[in-house]
Design a protein around this ligand. Structure first.
Ligand code: GLC
Length: 545
């Protein structure tokens, strides 16, 4: 299927996120790889998705699942080669599937050539200026320059040993110590990222997912403020803006946009920007990244009122920026939504995982029912939808991974009090049985539980009523039903929501427990069977009227 040159192809696209290390392993080393992705392109095509987004596959020590990039313009030898990448891209393009790669501009890996050069160079050198180095406080510089914690644990500063063997300066890392932050005031850094964008765009990459897009520029003027001044509860959002969401970051994205527009069709991007919602349109504007993730439904409880409010608000926001919204329920950073929806109201998910999924108990079926209903709702909304690998199988979180297998820096750096995100990154089950359920020929880098077999592609393929077949049917239908980027709400009973898109495509979702009457129209698809005109609780239906 030839790809069109339509510059707006992304506006209502469905993008499937691949976490490459956990998708498919072609060489039996337990780690997913690019050839693994290539071997599954027919499966991806069977989903009727418009694109895939690959989480980082670049050379990395895996201090943070690949978000510690040692070389932005290469493939990790554990995952393949650039030739494998080209082959994968061609195979995906052949099937009409576009490709997004992940750009990680806030920090590199400490193994990056430029960070190694910075360590070898003297304080004040041009090499050090590419990162954020500072002298320590205290009589001998033995205290960190500020008391800022890192995202994953105690401090965001690490002290280095200078060439003379003595303890020296400190460098900033908002994430793990293996992820030193770039200095975006440095021209070379800015230029190098433009080179990286062109490198992938020249190879045919269609889009970029931009990691922690709101953090690049920082106010590092002295004296550095104390963490106490970052108290969002007491001081308000502005207090965070020493480190995040600064206006200067938008100058950077304007230069990126110029690069995107050198191509036909222009390359596209989506920002991962954890800002207050009102500032999201800045990142999503057409002269910057073009789209920004809307994670509001991902954090929302299963409540009709809440869903409706979020949908309305985000449609307004995206119209404001000239963008289209992005709908997301899961990704590689959060507890899988089938589990979130199957746990009692108000569950603290971190607590649930640290009890190995024992407390509180998960209602597996209710979780899947709601997840299916939510997916149908999302896919009927104007805008684009991001799907995370495995959700099309109804996969639940693996909450009982033992401490010794955990890879997430959150676990090790936060005193083993939080297990982190490995439970949603367990390699996919392709077959009911066999070595690593068909993921590879020789085990998986994170252990898969026994129950994975019943959620495998093999177990669900062609089975009516399975989550996989519902995704396939909904994604295919959506393509033919998709229209203008607007919706109209229709009055509906309590605990339900109902909207119609232009052309008479209705979506009706029952968030309650009790069955409700299906609205008038021809049923196109439903997340559970409808009997005697009644839609069961936790279900969605699409109608044409
Ligand atoms: C983003 C990624 C996450 C990573 C972090 C640091 O939030 O999604 O996985 O740990 O950035 O790069």
């Amino acid at each position: 299927m030839a790809l069109s040159n339509d510059p707006n192809w992304w506006r209502q696209a469905t993008i499937y996120q691949i976490y490459p290390r956990s998708f498919a392993d072609s060489n039996g080393d337990g780690l997913g790889d690019l050839k693994g992705v290539t071997s599954r392109v027919d499966y991806l095509a069977s989903l009727s998705i418009d694109g895939v987004w690959l989480s980082p596959f670049y050379p990395s020590e895996l201090a943070d699942g690949g978000y510690d990039v040692a070389d932005y313009r290469n493939v990790d030898p554990k995952l393949g080669t650039l030739a494998d990448f080209d082959e994968m891209l061609a195979a995906l393009h052949d099937r009409g599937i576009r490709v997004f790669v992940d750009i990680v501009p806030n920090h590199s890996s400490d193994q990056h050539e430029w960070f190694q050069a910075a360590l070898a160079a003297a304080p004040g050198s041009p090499e050090r200026d590419r990162y954020i180095f500072r002298d320590g406080k205290g009589e001998n510089g033995e205290l960190p320059p500020s008391d800022w914690p890192s995202h994953f644990g105690p401090s965001s500063w690490t002290r280095v040993t200078e060439a003379d063997g003595k303890p020296g300066q400190w460098y900033l890392h908002l994430f793990a110590p293996e992820q030193p932050d770039w200095n975006w005031d440095n021209e070379e850094v800015r230029e190098d990222f433009l080179t990286t964008l062109r490198f992938w765009a020249d190879r045919g990459v269609d889009g970029f997912r931009v990691d922690v897009a709101h953090a690049l520029t920082k106010d590092m003027s002295e004296p550095l403020p104390s963490i106490k001044s970052f108290d969002i509860e007491r001081q308000g959002y502005q207090s965070l803006r020493t480190l995040f969401d600064r206006d200067e970051v938008h100058e950077i994205y304007k230069t990126w946009r110029k690069v995107f527009n050198e191509y036909n069709p222009p390359r596209v991007a989506v920002a991962e920007a954890w800002t207050i919602t009102e500032r999201r349109p800045l990142y999503a504007s057409p002269d910057e990244l073009g789209q920004a993730f809307n994670f509001d439904l991902l954090g929302a409880p299963w409540k009709s009122k809440k869903f409706k409010e979020i949908i309305d608000f985000n449609l307004q926001l995206s119209a404001q920026s000239g963008s289209s919204s992005t709908w997301v329920l899961s990704n590689h950073d959060v507890v899988r939504h089938a589990s979130r929806y199957g746990l009692p109201k108000g569950t603290n998910f971190e607590h649930w995982i640290i009890t190995d999924g024992e407390m509180p108990r998960l209602d597996v079926q209710r979780g899947i029912a709601r997840a299916k209903a939510a997916t149908m709702l999302l896919l009927a909304l104007p805008g684009s939808t991001y799907i995370y690998q495995g959700e099309e199988l109804g996969l639940h979180e693996v909450a009982d991974l033992p401490g010794q297998v955990l890879q997430d820096p959150i676990w090790l750096r936060d005193g083993m009090t939080r297990k982190g995100r490995d439970g949603c990154r367990v390699p996919l089950p392709w077959t009911r049985t066999g070595s690593s359920f068909g993921f590879g020929s020789n085990g998986a880098h994170l252990p898969q539980p026994e129950w994975f077999g019943i959620f495998s592609v093999e177990a669900e393929d062609g089975v009516s009523g399975s989550t996989l077949e519902l995704y396939r049917a909904a994604l295919k239908l959506r393509r033919s039903l998709q229209t203008t980027e607007t919706l109209t709400w229709v009055d509906s009973p309590k605990k339900t929501i109902h909207f119609v898109r232009e052309g008479g495509w209705h979506c009706f979702t029952n968030f309650g427990k009790k069955p409700v009457a299906v609205p008038a129209g021809d049923v196109l698809l439903s997340s559970v069977p409808i009997s005697e005109g009644m839609l069961p609780g936790n279900a969605s239906v699409w109608l044409k009227a």
